[in-house]
Design a binder for this molecule. Structure first.
Ligand SMILES: N[C@@H](CCC(=O)N[C@@H](CS)C(=O)NCC(=O)O)C(=O)O
Length: 410
């Protein structure tokens, strides 16, 4: 993708003049200028430390003197930023002709029983798709049968294994690559015979014996974990996709995947107002429907937790800390949906689920890595309503199940 591709959609910005209110604000805000100048002067005194910002400030000083006219500053930066933003977004988040986000299909799909030995799971903690696989792995008791390596997002947004998280309890933290000793996930993908040059995404299920990718689609991996490894699972009798509910699960998935799971990304990665409006309306009208449905159904398919609940949960748990803010899913906070919030707490309180939710890593992953959406990389404070203590408050949903204790289909 070249710069030329981005310029037509952003060319109108070349003549944009900041609105009067912005102009006024910039004009009266003289107080920051001396400080800015001071730090630039300091830079200039230190010849060995010339960096691009001091070079830029020297050029602006030369052209306009010490006070760069705010209108010029805003117009220039806005034009440049808008063009670069469109280039970045079209590369990082492929879109349809209307500017709507179109998620690339997963390259390695799999169904059927996997090899019983040599399995290894690669995940990243911010990722909602990878989170699904961690939850099903935990509920099925597959921790020993399927060891996991936890990648962290690197500065360029790709996955790396350069950091071991501080373990402050039972919550899962980043790790090194325990299967292949690679520094990046891209290297792992490239180890497969035949190589690989596509997107190196998590989750990814790896075969250590044949050194190959088995699958990198979360929806397939959770089915494999649910029913394909019962010989190795500590909890083989748990069935999160029983035959009598398969159709219902699939029906719900067709609703929540486009509108909620991928829907939040369609809001955040929209490249036009029209695409954003469509996505955000579909998202919130689906959340309204879910709120209604969950008023008299403990889980999506009735009394029992199923795979589709786990798929919904990993989006809901990120909603108020990431999507509501960063992806502009702003019509309501999840906390405002009484039934959806209680449903989320119900799932969070299932033994082992909370250990898969690392909120610090989730927030860092979204706010520090998705550079085009948050160029300053400032991470907002965690909303108090998303704290562990709040999520552990009674959810009161047992009464919606015919047998209050059994949440699992056995
Ligand atoms: N459809 C895939 C989506 C996986 C996905 O998009 N993962 C993201 C993290 S949330 C990723 O690894 N992106 C890295 C990249 O695109 O290079 C699934 O459900 O497994």
């Amino acid at each position: 993708m070249s710069l030329l591709c981005a310029s037509p959609s952003s060319s109108h910005n070349l003549v944009v003049i900041p609105p009067a209110t912005t102009r006024r604000r910039l004009t009266v805000n003289h107080s920051i200028r001396p400080r800015l100048r001071m730090s630039l002067d300091n830079n200039n005194n230190n010849n060995s430390n010339i960096n691009s910002s001091s070079l830029l400030s020297s050029v602006t000083n030369l052209l306009w003197g010490r006070s760069l006219p705010p209108e010029l500053l805003v117009t220039t930066v806005r034009t440049a930023w808008n063009s670069m933003w469109h280039v970045m977004m079209s590369q990082l988040a492929p879109s349809d002709p209307t500017g709507g986000y179109s998620r690339p299909a997963s390259k390695f799909r799999f169904s059927g029983p996997p090899p019983p030995n040599g399995l290894h799971l690669y995940v990243g903690l911010p990722c909602p798709w990878a989170h699904r696989t961690l939850i099903v792995r935990a509920l099925k008791g597959l921790e020993d049968a399927v060891p996991v390596s936890v990648a962290s997002p690197g500065n360029d947004g790709s996955w790396e294994f350069k950091r071991v998280g501080v373990n402050t309890g039972r919550v899962i933290t980043p790790s090194l690559d325990k299967a292949n000793g690679c520094k990046t996930l891209k290297e792992v993908y490239r180890l497969r015979s035949g190589g690989y040059d596509g997107r190196s995404t998590v989750p990814m299920l790896w075969n250590k014996d044949s050194k190959d990718v088995i699958c990198n689609e979360s929806y397939d991996i959770i089915q494999i974990f649910n029913s394909g490894l019962n010989g190795l699972a500590c909890n083989p009798e748990l069935d999160l996709s029983p035959p009598q509910l398969k159709d219902k699960i699939e029906e719900w998935y067709q609703v929540i995947y486009p509108n909620v799971n991928n829907g939040v990304y369609r809001c955040g990665f929209a490249q036009s107002q029209e695409a954003y409006d469509r996505a955000v309306n579909e998202l919130f009208s689906t959340l309204d429907d879910l709120e209604n449905h969950l008023s008299n159904s403990r889980y999506l398919c009735g009394d029992k937790l199923t795979l589709v609940d786990i798929c919904l949960f990993t989006t809901l748990i990120r909603f108020d800390i990431a999507y509501n803010i960063l992806f502009k899913c702003t019509k309501k906070k999840l906390y405002e949906y009484t039934n959806l919030h209680a449903y989320m707490r119900d799932i969070y309180q299932i033994p082992k689920v909370a250990d898969t939710c690392n909120f610090q890593e989730i927030m860092d992953g979204y706010y520090k890595t998705l550079f085009p959406l948050n160029p300053g990389s400032i991470r907002p404070i965690m909303p108090s309503t998303s704290e562990h203590e709040i999520l552990y408050r009674p959810h009161g949903r047992e009464s919606l199940s015919s047998s209050s204790k059994t949440v699992f289909v056995k």
